[in-house]
Design a protein around this ligand. Structure first.
Ligand SMILES: Cc1cc2nc3c(=O)[nH]c(=O)nc-3n(C[C@H](O)[C@H](O)[C@H](O)COP(=O)(O)O)c2cc1C
Length: 378
């Protein structure tokens, strides 16, 4: 499993792992893929710097990447306090009522409800990039739009590749025009923010739309070597996986409070997700639980636009996490959750992906070799 993007990124296998966990990211890089650390949780650039120093020391000299969130269609500055004045009372009351109905206890202390939004401010993301470019990264990726041109230029000055996620061919083209090197074609089945087009249709569309101007990675619904082989057959040079790393032992090392979430994911089938705006205001695929069902009931308010919805539910998410109740978990995850049936180490998953890919390719080769020759015409 080797494609040209491996050489550009300095990796052995074209398996790129988005993860908010530095422990997962280093384990993927050590196993020959590229671990990409989601930075949105780092409001403090110094904290990110400390984590990246730790990653430098634990990746055996191998590269890794970082993922920032610079949305290009929502307010890019402003404090959480300013923004929260736009949240209607009806929405606040609905959240309180619903949490009470679901039996989610209050917290002893009130977390900073704006923390989840600050990582999306352009000033915060720029500080993250500045810090990250002083570390051993080979990729900067951006969700929710093309990164600004100065960010792309700063990365290129350091020889760092730039990626952006796309759910439509037109978005992929726009990324290429902006100077992005790698388009992550993310299909409908993916976890987190996602578009409306399934990977099987989207991936070849994006591969054709960008041509030789950019490399395409396939995202959405990948959790086996067979699916990697399919993605490469459709024209991708590699894969970008997100959900699959949520049920790893390493994830629990960073997010120590995640055992309940992991058990809910392990129990879920591929039919147990829902695409909804309740997480952030933009459509995102989540695990379907009593929390998501409550928002789908008649009489529930329509979710607010990004970033107000995220501010609205910030504290609710903290309360839900602390409740340790798998039936209300609020977690982005894709349809591949149906294959996430145990909590395993990253190295085991990586080995399985590579051997599964080899088996799939061998099977295809056999089909080709054993195709019955066409009898000569008489
Ligand atoms: C829990 C979770 C959080 C995510 N957060 C981000 C994010 O902050 N930035 C980003 O670029 N993508 C984010 N994504 C999307 C992933 O990068 C990736 O594109 C997606 O998970 C791929 O589909 P899959 O879930 O089927 O593997 C997130 C996905 C999940 C499951």
């Amino acid at each position: 499993m080797h494609t040209p993007i491996c050489d550009r990124l300095g990796i052995e296998y074209p398996i790129v792992a988005f993860t908010p966990s530095e422990h997962v990211a280093v384990a993927v890089s050590r196993a020959g893929g590229l671990g990409v650390l989601g930075c949105v949780r780092f409001n403090d650039a110094d904290e990110l710097d400390r984590v990246l120093h730790w990653m430098d020391a634990h990746t055996d000299g191998r590269p890794y990447g970082v993922d920032i969130v610079m949305p290009n269609k929502v307010p890019t500055e402003g404090t959480a306090a300013d923004l929260s004045t736009y949240i209607p009372e009806e929405h606040r009351a609905f959240v309180e009522r619903t949490l009470a109905e679901l039996g989610v206890p209050e917290l002893d202390t009130h977390p900073d409800g704006g923390a989840g939004v600050l990582g999306w401010l352009h000033s915060v993301a720029r500080a993250q990039v500045e810090v990250a470019l002083n570390h051993r990264i080979s990729l900067v990726a951006n969700a929710l739009g093309s990164p600004p041109r100065d960010v792309i230029a700063a990365a290129h000055d350091r020889g760092v590749q730039v990626a952006a996620l796309a759910g439509r061919a037109a978005h992929a083209r726009a990324h290429v025009e902006a100077g992005v090197d790698i388009v992550v074609a993310q299909g409908y089945e993916a976890g987190g923010h996602t578009g409306e087009i399934a990977s099987m249709v989207l991936l070849p569309e994006i591969v054709d739309a960008v041509g030789s101007d950019a490399v395409v990675l396939a995202a959405g619904g990948i959790g086996s070597g067979r699916q990697i082989a399919a993605a490469l057959a459709l024209g991708a040079q590699g894969v970008w996986m997100g959900s699959y790393w949520l049920t790893t032992t390493e994830y629990l090392q960073t997010m120590t409070d995640s055992a309940t979430m992991q058990s809910a994911l392990v129990a879920a089938t591929s039919a147990d997700t829902v695409r909804t705006r309740i997480y952030s205001g933009k459509p995102a695929r989540l695990l379907r639980t009593r929390w998501t069902d409550a928002w789908a009931r008649p009489g529930a308010p329509a979710p607010l636009p990004m970033p107000l919805q995220n501010l609205l539910v910030g504290e609710a998410h903290a309360r839900i996490a602390a409740s340790h109740d798998p039936s209300v978990v609020a977690m982005p995850v894709g349809q591949i959750v149906g294959r996430m049936n145990s909590v395993r180490p990253v190295a085991e998953i990586m080995a399985e992906l590579v051997s599964g890919f080899d088996e799939a390719v061998d099977r295809l080769h056999t089909m080709r070799a054993s195709a019955a020759p066409v009898p000569p015409a008489r």
